[in-house]
Design a protein around this ligand. Structure first.
Ligand code: IMP
Ligand code: MG
Length: 192
C-alpha cells in the first residue's frame, strides 16, 4: 500500500511520505462498497451520511462502488483543538431528516480521537434508523480511535498527521489523490 515515491510537486509542498497509494485506495473502496451492498440488501432504504468536508472524496468514490440504490445526506461537524490534533466535535447545521426505519451509514475519512463518530452515533441513533454503522477510510493506531465503535475500516495507519484524499491541513491537500504524511516543515510553512 505504500513504498512508492511521493510525486515531486507534493514533495515540494512538504509531504514526506506516501502512506496509502491511489491503487490501494481504489481497491479497498470497491471492497467496502460491495460489502455495504451485501450487508444492507433487505429492501430498506440505505442512506450514506458523509461528514463534511473531509469525507467528500471518499464518499464520492464509495457511493459509486455500491451497485444498489443509495441516498446521500450530508452532515457537517467541526473539530476543535490545535491544528494537527482534534479534541472535540460540534455539529454545524442540521441533522439529516427522514432517516427513521432506514439503514444509515456514517461515512468519514478518518477516525482519530473518535469525538466526531461518538457525537454522530448518539445524535443519529436517536432518530430511529433501522441500523446504524460507521465506515471510515482510515483509522489511526491510537488508543482513543481503537476504543471507538466502528464497523468498517479501510486501513489502519500510524498515529501521524496525514493529508490527501479529502484530508486537509488549513484546507489544503484535499485534492492530493493519495494519503501521505505532512512533515514538520510543511506544517511550519503553513503557520502550524
Ligand atoms: P476525530 O478526532 O476522530 O473526531 O476526527 C475529527 C476530524 O479531524 C476528522 O474527521 C478529520 O477531518 C480531522 N483529522 C483527524 N486526524 C487528521 C489528520 O491526520 N489529518 C487531517 N485531518 C485529520
Ligand atoms: Mg472529518
Amino acid at each position: 500500500m505504500s513504498g512508492s515515491a511521493v510525486p515531486e510537486y507534493w514533495l515540494q509542498q512538504g509531504v514526506d511520505r506516501l502512506l496509502v497509494d491511489e491503487k490501494s485506495i481504489h481497491a479497498r473502496v470497491c471492497e467496502l462498497g460491495r460489502q455495504l451492498a451485501r450487508d444492507l440488501d433487505d429492501g430498506r432504504d440505505v442512506v450514506l451520511i458523509p461528514v463534511l468536508t473531509g469525507a467528500i472524496v471518499f464518499a464520492a468514490d464509495l457511493m459509486r462502488a455500491i451497485p444498489t440504490r443509495v441516498r446521500i445526506s450530508m452532515v457537517s461537524v467541526s473539530s476543535y483543538g490545535a491544528s494537527t490534533t482534534s479534541q472535540g466535535a460540534v455539529r454545524a447545521g442540521a441533522l439529516p431528516a427522514n432517516i427513521a426505519g432506514k439503514h444509515v451509514v456514517i461515512v468519514d475519512e478518518i477516525l482519530d480521537s473518535g469525538a466526531t463518530i461518538r457525537l454522530l452515533r448518539r445524535e443519529l441513533g436517536a432518530l430511529g434508523p433501522a441500523s446504524l454503522r460507521v465506515c471510515v477510510l482510515l483509522r489511526k493506531r491510537r488508543e482513543q480511535a481503537l476504543a471507538t465503535e466502528c464497523e468498517m475500516i479501510g486501513f489502519d495507519i500510524p498515529d501521524e498527521f496525514v493529508v490527501g484524499y479529502g484530508l486537509d491541513f488549513n484546507d489544503e491537500f484535499r485534492n492530493m489523490p493519495f494519503v501521505g504524511v505532512l512533515g514538520e516543515a510543511g506544517i511550519r510553512a503553513r503557520g502550524g
